[in-house]
Structures are given as C-alpha cells and as structure tokens.
Design a protein around this ligand. Sequence first.
Ligand code: C5P
Length: 392
Amino acid sequence: MKRVVLGVSGSVAAYRAADLARDLMRAGCEVRVCLTDAAQNFVQPALFEALTGQPCLQDVFEEPVRGRMAHIDWARQADLILIAPATANTLAKLAHGDGEDMLTTLALAATGPIVVAPAMNPAMYTHPATQASMESLKARGVHFLEPVEGDVACGENGQGKLAANSQIVQETLLILHRAEKLKGQTVLITSGPTEEPIDDVRFLTNRSSGKMGMAVARAAKLMGAEVILISGPTSLPTPTDFRVIPVRTAEEMRSAALGEIRHAHLVIGVAAVADYRPAERVQGKIRRSEEEMVLKLVLNPDIIAELAQAHPEKKVVAFAAEPTSDPEVARAKMLRKGVHAIAMNDVSRPDIGFGADENELKLLFTDGKSAESGKQSKLGCALWLLEKLTEA
Ligand code: C5P
C-alpha cells in the first residue's frame, strides 16, 4: 500500500481535500493529512481523522508517537507528498525552505516526490512572486497541477481554481507509479566538464554547466534508482540524497567510471569531456617569454565508448551536443561509440544551449527508432529520457 501525506493549506478549496483523501484511499493509498494553521480556519482535524483513520498533523512539535519526531517519521514513511490546495504563502515557504509549520517542515525532510496543486485568487496566482516560487520548485523536481480558470470564491474570475480532484488523483497515481520504474536499479551518470591542466594555474575545458547531468541524476532518483553521479567541476550545489564522485580530469572521470560501472544497470554519459589534454603538465606557472608558444595535446580516452565496449550487457547511453538539428552526425557517433542510444541536442540554439534551464532532446536508437522530447525544463527532458529508456 502506498502512503500519501496530503498537505492542506488555507484556501477555500480546503473543503475539497476531504474528497481527495477519500478518492486516494479508494485508489489503494493510505492517506495521512497535515493541516496548516490557516487551513484550520476552513476544515478541522477531526474531519480528516474520521475519514482516514490516521492522526492528523498540525503542529511541528506534535508527536503522535512519543519520542519520535513526526515530521521526520512521516517524511520518511511517505511515498509521496501531495499539497492540495497550496496557497501562495505555502508555495513561498516551500520555495525558500522555510520550516515554519508542520507541512513545510515535513516537505523539507522529504526526499521522495512532491506534487502541488495551487488554489488562490487569480491575481495572487499570476503575481511574479508566486510564479517565481513555482519556477524554483519546478526546477527542484516538484510536480505541479496548474489551477484552472473560472469563478473563484472571492467573486473574481481567472486562473486560480484547484484542478479537478480526478486529475489530481490520476497524476498522483502516475507519479507514484513512476517512482517505481527504476527501483532496484543503479544509474551511473557522468556530468559537467573536465579540466585538463596546462600548468598549476591554467587548464583546458569545455563549456558545460553540469545542469543537464544533474537533471538526469535527479530524475533517476525521482524514479526510484540508486544514483552515482561522477561530476567534473561545476558551480551547482552538491546534492546530499545520492552519491556524488567529484573529479577533475578526463582520466579521473574514466577511472571513477570504470570503478563504479559494475554496480550500474544503466550508464548515461552527459559529461562534456575534453577530447584532448596537454601532453605535459608544467609544474608551477608558465611565464611570458617567446612570441609564440606551441602546446602539444594528446587524445583523451573516449569514456562512454570504452564503457559500452567493455560492458555490452549494460545499457550505455551517450549525449551529443551538436551545432545542428541534423541527426545524422549523432547517429554516426552512436554507432562509432557502440552505445545503445544517443540523446542529441542542438547547442547552436541560445534558448536551449549551454547553461540554459531548458532543453530539447532527440533520442536515437540503434534500431533506427527515434523520439523527440519537445522543449521543456532540463528536469522534464531528463524524466522523459529515462521513461523512454525504460520502455526501450
Ligand atoms: O564525441 P562527443 O564528445 O560529441 O560525444 C559525446 C558523448 O560522449 C557524451 O555522452 C560524452 O559524455 C561522451 N564522451 C566521453 N568521453 C570523451 C568524449 C565524449 O565519455 N572523451
């Protein structure tokens, strides 16, 4: 049985959470409700306790089981947290990581999927602050069920009504199902650029923010996988909910990947590995002297090709950042490297290129099949990619 924590915040639509709890229970979930203070102006804990047969949480310091911190227990035991309805205030708290009430504290302690269905006045919904909260939550993998247009309780008309209960339940079940898809599997990801030192202060590198590799790691985690992320230097915060192996050079990335591949079922090479490295690393700092200087470079190992060739039994997938939308170059690359599939993106487009928050992937398989993700957030692309790879 799947455990869902249903968080209810202070919107008029809080009354609909009672039916939501029942619908989720009918769909086979165990539901535990958590009310914010504001929600209790509309609905009472007794209603949800009677409906769900579970204690209803309200206060951060409440301990239904003595000596156990409920926010940690419930966050660990939940397969999913659904916040419906979510007010602008709760969205802002979630976005900033405030742990001011039980619901936001619980969300902070949760490592599984979070689904949010906002409901509020249309002006509050379109307010840049609310939109910014939603954007930052989406980037962290929170799934949104957008409110619908119509007459809202305050008498105004616009987008702000809680999405239909049937849609909320359906999407929640889909996300619970998705969270199982990579259960028991380990996904190994290479990500970010590599740095190839010329001397102690200079290096050669590739343009790569590491955002796409991080999105693939996050998506794999959301789908229930064990994740190992081998990452070159980036400015992204280091995640704490999966293993990260920091590396600098292509040689370091190669030996980390060769050391870890035995654990992996699926390997995805998102890293922008420098193809060449200086033949020699000069100790100290090279000084200005001659008019010209020749830097001798040697070829770096092709990590993903080596992994694919050494482990034909594993699913190994490459990325191809190409300055074109023509898939032929990527197709040839896939065959040359001996990988199972290749995800190509057009880096000549500024909207989805280096450092952007969105991407658009074309996935090519060795059997000639292909699929397109459409333009979406990097996390959306990553979830799409992993779904396609699990179907293939
Ligand atoms: O040949 P190209 O660099 O375009 O190939 C891109 C794909 O190959 C990516 O998956 C990248 O991570 C991987 N790659 C690698 N080692 C290299 C070069 C690329 O693993 N030396």
